[in-house]
Design a protein around this ligand. Structure first.
Ligand code: PLP
Length: 832
């Protein structure tokens, strides 16, 4: 984008004066961050407006990505890089004696998501804009995002994430586009002027939804798309009558009830909340988004909806926004008098659904009392959808009553959101090859039989702009120096790195990793006063804490190595720093015990002089996007050790890979595709395969006791959970111990096969150490991982969605002065 240094400076000063009544010398760090961001937004704004005008000018098909979560992280550095004005802005600031890094650090993360699912949505928006596709996000502007995690006495303690304490310089409030969302009330019935049945809601709770727009800046293009987040408020504020009667609490009751809807992100990752407020959130943003789209459509095309599906495709990110399906039926029928069949025809050509997990507990089902009470008309529509579906099903499978029951959208007192999505949507996708296969063969087998044509795979990806270009400047330079620009928009170009295996190349690669490790060490020193040795192997597991992700296996292995070092003073393993980062859902007791265990073991080992020169364990507090950006570039080993068949895809595995860390992993999720690309010899693969586990489960043949008897070292660390070694009360880790040895809460022992995989995990760790001892061989393996990471760009994922599901057309908006455009035009001139 065009950059005018003088104008930028002027804007910056004007902004400080207008917003804060200060000049540069008086401005606080935060004031400066705010004014710099506002001045950057001003530059972006022209392209943002131009992009919108272009979309409005021509009726083109647009994608709307509905997601309860967008884990955006920070915007400033990303926007600077994508707008290709990073070096210019930094230079101006330097000239003004303003430290850019300090400014960047003032920005709170927009942590409006839990983990992988929310981060995927953020990466997709980046790719859509970069590839010039008209695709936008719709979600919720949570007042409080993902909680802030502190570790106190080894325990996770949650604090509210007050990310809007200062204003957010990137958002634009669009009060003019507010809509009303209705909850509860009763269904009323009447006739339309032309004599048709017409339903409407009376006595509902009315909530105002106000959109806040954020720009999504494409890299090296003028395309700027929109993330539209809805905020809830009460249309009539507080009750003055009650206030005057000194009934203060009741006076603000309605206001609070409305505002609560967008107040907090539920911190459950892949799990149920079951709470009415959560369903309220889902309907709130789904309804507001649909009303927004329909209003816009009607303004342009009137009430003939036959073109709606040609101009809109709506991707449902998991089941959270599935209630948008009956909501579109309601809007079309109740507000625009469209008949059932025409409305159904629109709906079934508009929605596509992405499944993110095969964990049964994550398939959302709402108790009818909650659903019907909150959304009476929507429930009525779902009942009708299901009534018609059941007729269809009985025709197709006349006597298979069990199947009718299994597939009924309303069953057993609950509404099954995934079933609704699969039945009404035209596409169902999993997020990695293995995951999609398991959906077809296991979890959604009935549905695959009924609708095979709807099922497809879209292996996840990550944006290289944030996770490489921005997070790892040194490696980016290393790459560009060798293969030139272009990889920023076509990651498969990295393949060209494969031939750079000279000593000089590999030494440079090693030096870059060392530099990034020191940078992470500095951060940990400042952030949590943790001193780590940048000269050790950084073995990293960062992701949400979940039993299936098996952080427990990782820490048990560390306890095992520690025991071995104490027992045999001659045993000198390679110097290692084990790094963990993970938030646990607040109510997930066993996950919280695992955090406490990691911290307890860390405290013991880090203070034991017999081992702490070569063994160190770190728990990174408050893991989030901005910290992740420092961790991936510094990692040597990427721990991806979930029980085979349970991690749908994983995306941190891809961020590690592209930053030159080697995967220590099971054949699960996208790990399989990663080693397919990188080569098995450039990763450490271990553990039971999915099909082996499926067979064990069919035969009920798992006996964890066997593994304890066979490996006394393993039996010892399991026993140490309860024998007082780490906890004098013997109680803290008893549930973890029992979950492995006996089974708890009606589950069998060791549901996640930690004991079964432990031996082969140890062997893979040994293999890893052996390779690390040969620095050149290690560096070469890193290079092979980087060179073969091309498939895992979210650009590739988006192109897959466009080709198979969305069918969008690119609307290129070339910019002058782009590094990429410049290069292309230079080539053209050369040819002439
Ligand atoms: C990528 C990412 C995740 C997803 O990690 P997985 O290992 O794929 O579960 C979670 N949180 C943050 C902050 C991320 O950047």
């Amino acid at each position: 984008m065009k950059f005018d240094a003088d104008r930028f400076k002027e804007n910056l000063s004007a902004r400080l004066k207008r917003q804060y009544g200060k000049d540069i010398s008086q401005a606080s760090k935060h004031d400066l961050f705010d004014a710099v961001s506002a001045s950057v937004l001003e530059i972006i704004m022209e392209n943002w407006m131009a992009t919108r005008h272009e979309y409005e000018k021509k009726p083109v098909k647009q994608l709307y990505y509905l997601s309860a979560e967008f884990l955006m992280g920070r915007a400033l550095s990303n926007n600077l890089i994508n707008a290709e004005i990073s070096s210019q802005v930094k230079e101006v600031l330097k000239g003004m004696n303003i430290d850019y890094d300090m400014i960047e650090d003032q920005e709170p993360d927009a942590g409006l998501g839990n983990g992988g699912l929310g981060r995927l949505a953020a990466c997709f928006l980046d790719s859509l804009a970069t590839l010039d596709y008209p695709g936008h996000g719709y979600g919720i502007r949570y007042r409080y995002g993902m909680f802030e995690q502190k570790i106190e006495n080894g325990y996770q303690v949650e604090y509210p994430d007050n990310w809007l304490a200062h204003r957010d310089p990137w958002e634009i409030k669009r009060s003019d586009l507010s809509v009303t969302v209705k909850f509860g009330g009763n269904i009323a019935y009447g006739k339309t002027p032309d004599g048709r049945d017409r339903y409407y809601i009376e006595n509902a709770e009315e909530v105002t939804a106000t959109p806040y727009d954020m720009p999504i800046v494409g890299f090296g293009t003028g395309t700027v798309n929109t993330l539209r987040l809805w905020q809830a408020s009460s249309p009539n504020g507080f009750d003055l009558q009650l206030f005057n009667n000194m009934e203060y609490n009741r006076a603000v009751e309605r206001q609070n009830s409305a505002e609560n809807i967008s107040a907090v992100l539920y911190p459950n990752d892949s799990g149920p909340s079951g709470k009415a407020l959560r369903l309220k959130q889902q309907y709130f943003f789904s309804s507001a988004s649909l009303q927004d789209l329909v209003r816009h459509y009607v303004a342009d095309h009137g009430t003939d909806f036959s073109k709606f599906a040609d101009l809109h495709v709506i991707q449902l990110n998991d089941t959270h926004p599935v209630v948008a399906i009956p909501e579109l039926m309601r809007i079309l029928m109740d507000e625009y008098n469209v008949g059932w069949d025409d409305a159904w025809n629109v709906v079934t050509h508009t929605f596509a659904y992405t499944n993110h997990t095969i964990l049964a507990e994550a398939l959302e089902k709402w108790p009818i009392e909650i659903f019907q009470g909150l959304l009476p008309r929507i429930y009525q529509i779902v009942e009708e959808i299901n009534r018609r579906f059941m007729i269809q099903l009985r025709e197709k499978y006349p006597n298979d009553y069990a199947k009718h029951g299994r597939m009924s959208i309303i069953n057993d007192g609950k509404v099954y959101m995934a079933w609704l999505a699969i039945h009404a949507g035209f596409s169902v996708n999993g997020v990695a090859e293995l995951h999609t296969r398991l959906l077809k063969e296991q979890e959604l087998h009935d549905w695959y039989e009924l609708y095979p044509e709807k099922f497809n795979n879209k292996t996840n990806g990550i944006t290289q702009r944030r996770w490489l270009l921005s997070a790892n400047e040194e490696l980016s330079e290393f790459i560009t120096k060798r293969i030139g620009h272009g990889w920023e928009k076509d990651l498969t170009k990295l393949k060209g790195l494969e031939k750079f295996t000279s000593d000089k190349d590999l030494n440079e690669l090693i030096a870059i990793k060392e530099h990034n490790k020191r940078r992470l060490a500095d951060y940990l020193k400042h952030a949590q006063n943790e001193i780590i040795d940048a000269d050790s192997i950084f073995d990293v597991q960062v992701k949400r804490l979940h039993e299936y992700k098996r952080q427990l296996m990782n820490i048990l292995h560390i306890m095992y190595v520690y025991n071995k070092m104490l027992e045999d003073p001659n045993y000198k393993p390679a110097k290692k720093t084990y790094i963990f980062g993970a938030k646990s859902a607040s109510g997930y007791r066993r996950a919280k015990s695992i955090i406490k265990l990691i911290n307890t073991v860390a405290e013991r080992i880090n203070n034991d002089r017999r081992v702490n020169d070569r063994l160190h364990v770190v728990f990174v507090e408050n893991y989030r996007v901005s910290v992740a950006e420092k961790i991936f570039p510094a990692a040597d080993v990427s721990e991806q050790i979930s029980t085979a068949g349970l991690e749908a895809s994983g995306t941190s595995n891809m961020k590690f890979m592209v930053n030159g860390a080697l995967t220590m992993g099971t054949m699960d999720g996208a790990n399989i595709e990663i080693v397919e690309e990188a080569g098995k010899e450039n990763a450490f693969i271990f553990g039971l395969l999915t099909d082996e586990i499926l067979k064990i489960e069919r035969d009920h043949s798992y006996n964890p006791q066997e593994y304890l008897e066979r490996n006394p070292g393993l039996a010892k660390v399991v026993e140490q959970l309860v024998d007082g070694t780490y906890d004098p009360t013997h109680q803290l880790f008893k549930e973890l111990h029992d979950s492995l040895v006996y089974g708890v809460e009606g589950n069998r022992a060791d549901v996640y096969y930690v004991l079964a995989d432990f031996d082969s995990y140890c062997k893979a760790q040994d293999e890893m150490e052996k390779l690390y001892a040969d620095k050149k061989a290690w560096a070469k393996a890193c290079l092979m991982n980087i060179a073969n990471a091309g498939k895992f760009s979210s650009d590739r994922t988006i192109e897959d969605y466009v080709r198979d599901i969305w069918h969008l057309k690119k609307l290129p908006r070339p910019v002058e002065g782009s590094a990429l455009t410049e290069k292309k035009s230079a080539k053209k001139t050369a040819k002439k």
